[in-house]
Write a protein that binds this ligand. Structure first.
Ligand SMILES: Cc1ncc(COP(=O)(O)O)c(C=O)c1O
Length: 391
């Protein structure tokens, strides 16, 4: 049976060149980067070289890069440490209604604990309502956090403009770039970003390593207390192999991301066009301002989860939304935020492409998909009679 992986937004395979770069730090060069002996100094050197690679890639200073254990950790750190810095009854954080659960849930938790949290709406294609943002900024918000490229619907925000508006009102601007870092060029200075979240495993790097860009001007309370690692902001022995792998990933992305984006955009557009030929099927997210690898479509009258399982049986590994919420009701929160009806948010299918995918994979998906949708509609009590009687 065929085996086609199209769940690259959830995670990606490790690039063998990245593994090769990591291997010495997993085997012979195992020193603690804080130790003063030869082993420790070797690890420290690798750590600082990695920091330089990341900082150059986004036009930041070395001391503005804080390594973390994941993008989830970095996002939690931003919101919770900002609230600690400001004080729970003084802080006012604004986030968009389409944030990843690792921003949405800490924000909701802070709200429960007395923080002032505002949710900024998006339009039907997922673009932030900039007029609403301006109103919120005028009300005296202390931090704005908006996802760069949405992990479910793929919409890419105009980050530069959002950052400009925040700066006009002397407000810090954070963006979760877990889905765009290493896929789209990001210059933090030019794009008016004060704080940015990244990770390695969405771009062929190792899992369990992330980073935060934190502009020198931004004051933040430490997240994990303990040793003095990461400028005293994030204690804990460094994951040197992971960090070296992250840097190698970034190095490769710098050379390869443009070509890959061109190839994936072509495959993506062909797949969207083919999927939309199926009756009563609609695109979720923006038609052009979207991640090069993201296809998200909804098929009326069927459940996305059932479709994912059907496709899996045919050797196609896709998903129905965020991997972090695929086992909960949460999967529809993003589509509801676009203003869709509850009936419309049942059937999203997310196909996220990556470097192994080919034209032949798209041919195969477009052969299987109409058949799978037809089969599920035939069994769906929600489908009009004509779908239930189709052979
Ligand atoms: C937009 C976004 N933010 C954050 C995360 C969390 O990343 P990590 O797996 O590194 O915690 C993800 C991954 O699903 C994501 O897509």
């Amino acid at each position: 049976m065929k085996s086609i992986y199209v769940d690259y937004a959830a995670t990606t395979p490790l690039d063998p060149r990245v593994l090769q770069a990591m291997m010495p730090y997993l085997t012979t060069k195992y020193g603690n980067a804080e130790s003063l002996n030869t082993y420790g100094m070797g690890a420290k050197c690798a750590l600082e070289e990695s920091r330089t690679i990341l900082s150059k890639f986004m036009n930041a200073e070395n001391q503005e890069i804080i390594f973390t254990g994941s993008a989830t950790e970095a996002n939690n750190m931003v919101l919770k440490c900002h609230a600690l810095q400001q004080g729970m009854n003084k802080v006012h954080i604004a986030i968009s209604t389409i944030e990843h659960p690792c921003i949405h849930n800490p924000a909701t938790w802070l709200k429960k604990n007395g923080a002032n949290i505002t949710f900024i709406p998006v339009d039907s294609q997922g673009l932030l309502d900039l007029e609403y943002l301006e109103k919120v900024l005028k009300a005296g918000v202390t931090l704005v956090s908006v996802i760069h490229g949405n992990n479910e619907i793929g919409t890419i925000q105009d980050i530069e403009e959002i950052g400009r508006l925040c700066h006009e009102h002397n407000t810090y601007f954070h963006t979760d770039a877990a889905q765009t870092f290493g896929k789209i060029p990001i210059d933090v200075k030019k794009m008016n970003i004060d704080i940015m979240t990244m990770n390695a495993h969405k771009t062929y790097g190792p899992k369990g390593v992330g980073a935060l860009y934190l502009n020198n001007e931004v004051k933040m309370e430490p997240y994990l207390h303990g040793g003095e690692q990461e400028f005293g902001l994030r204690a804990g022995t460094h994951n040197v192999p992971g960090i070296v792998g992250f840097a190698k990933t970034v190095d490769l992305r710098e050379k390869e991301m443009h070509e890959e984006a061109k190839k994936l955009t072509k495959l993506r557009d062909r797949l969207i066009k083919g999927a939309l030929e199926i009756e009563e099927t609609y695109l979720n997210g923006h038609s052009t301002k979207r991640l090069a690898n993201n296809v998200n479509v909804r098929f009326l009258y069927i459940e996305g989860e059932s479709l994912v399982l059907n496709l899996d049986m045919e050797g196609i590994a896709a998903s129905s939304g965020s991997a972090c919420s695929s086992r909960t009701e949460e999967a529809s929160r993003i589509l509801l935020a676009l203003g869709l009806d509850t009936i419309d948010v049942r059937g999203p299918l997310r196909i996220s492409l990556g470097k192994t995918n080919t034209e032949e994979d798209i041919d195969y998906i477009l052969e299987v998909l109409p058949r799978a949708v037809k089969q599920l509609r035939r069994m769906s009590p929600l489908a009009p009679t004509k779908f239930r009687q189709e052979n």
